[in-house]
Design a protein around this ligand. Structure first.
Ligand code: SAM
Length: 329
């Protein structure tokens, strides 16, 4: 799959549910309305869609959400998809999770060929964790991280940098992650969906965080690429890797290799644009994959050049109306 700007699309992110057991305040409103269950594609339909994308050249597949591990029987899908790892058609099957359900699934994920996962964690302080997630239990997430590491799964910790919330804690989180052999990546808040707070108050440009960290740590740019938009530095003092995902201070669209599928079969060709393609209708229209494959080609043919996220006092509306939980970041 090659888009109009010559970019090869080899990475599919699949949001398997819009539901989450947390309500992170920068991500969702407190009283989120989730889709009725009957709107969701079945796990078999998700498998068929993913398999079609793999046939079209997808090499890396990430399950996300909502919280992927709260989708009922999600391990059926993981088990089914692992056949593409075994055949060599797929190079990587991974997921992004809040870690809450990881303790009970880690061993089976590893057995299915999941080698690395991203765990989202914005603070190491249990009380602040409960505040930002509006309900989460930090001990449960820590047990999940322990279980994943015990199962041999490599972990990258992803933290959204939030002014006045975790900025002072970033050096400690960096030391903690690297001390446990985990990569650590910081993400800028993106203006997606109405939330109860003002994003201008939360937005922390990572250029400023990097300057701050440079006073305490020796940061050296490294060319590491993990298939995502993060730019990495090596931290001399810890020996670990620190990533920066900077959709606002540094647009990374020129290297974009991905598309995003929702749990209702809608394909978004860009995280920061509204244009989408419905794949559910062609999927259900025929037992043959022909209409589906044609719809995928048509969608890739209009993948936009990039997003134009802005967070400032003059721009009151989010860049896109949907929440991050629709497409899973
Ligand atoms: N529930 C899973 C998790 O917590 O990782 C997967 C879905 S969650 C939407 C994926 C990532 O998006 C998390 O790291 C979360 O912190 C991040 N995220 C959510 N809303 C965001 C926003 N407005 N700007 C930047 N990152 C956001």
């Amino acid at each position: 799959m090659i888009d109009p700007f010559g970019r090869h699309v080899t990475y599919l992110r699949v949001s398997v549910t819009d539901r989450c057991d947390f309500r992170c305040s920068y991500c969702m409103a407190e009283d989120m309305e989730f889709l009725p269950r009957r709107e969701l594609l079945t796990l078999e339909e998700l498998d068929r869609l993913c398999t079609a994308f793999i046939a079209k050249g997808v090499k890396k597949l990430r399950l996300t959400g909502g919280e992927p591990l709260v989708r009922k029987n999600i391990m059926h899908l993981v088990r089914a998809l692992s056949r593409h790892l075994a055949s060599g058609a797929l190079e990587e099957l991974t997921l992004t999770t809040n870690g809450s359900q990881l303790a009970r699934h880690a061993a089976e994920l590893a057995a299915c060929g999941v080698r690395r996962i991203n765990v989202s964690l914005d603070t190491l302080d249990a009380r602040k964790f409960r505040d930002i997630t509006r309900r989460g239990d930090l001990d449960g997430v820590m047990a999940g991280i322990d279980a994943a590491q015990a199962a041999g799964i490599a972990i990258k910790i992803n933290a959204v940098a939030l002014k006045g919330f975790n900025d002072a804690e970033i050096p400690a989180m960096l030391r903690w992650s690297h001390g446990r052999g985990m990569d650590f990546t910081l993400i800028e808040t993106m203006p997606m969906g109405e939330i109860d707070a003002d994003r201008t108050d939360q937005y922390l440009p990572l250029s400023a965080v990097r300057d701050q960290l440079s006073r305490a740590f020796t940061l050296t740019d490294i060319p590491l690429r993990t298939g995502g938009p993060a730019r990495y530095v090596e931290v001399k003092e810890t020996g670990g890797r620190l990533g920066f995902i900077t959709p606002l201070t540094h647009n990374f669209c020129e290297g974009c290799n991905r598309v995003r599928l929702t749990c209702t079969g809608t394909l978004y060709m860009c995280l920061g644009q509204d244009d989408a393609a419905d794949l559910r209708a062609p999927l259900r229209a025929s037992e043959s994959d022909e209409p589906l494959l044609a719809a995928i080609d048509e969608a890739i043919g209009r993948k936009p050049k990039g997003h134009d996220f802005v967070i400032d006092r003059a721009t009151k509306r989010p860049a896109v109306a949907r929440h991050m939980s629709v497409t899973g970041g």
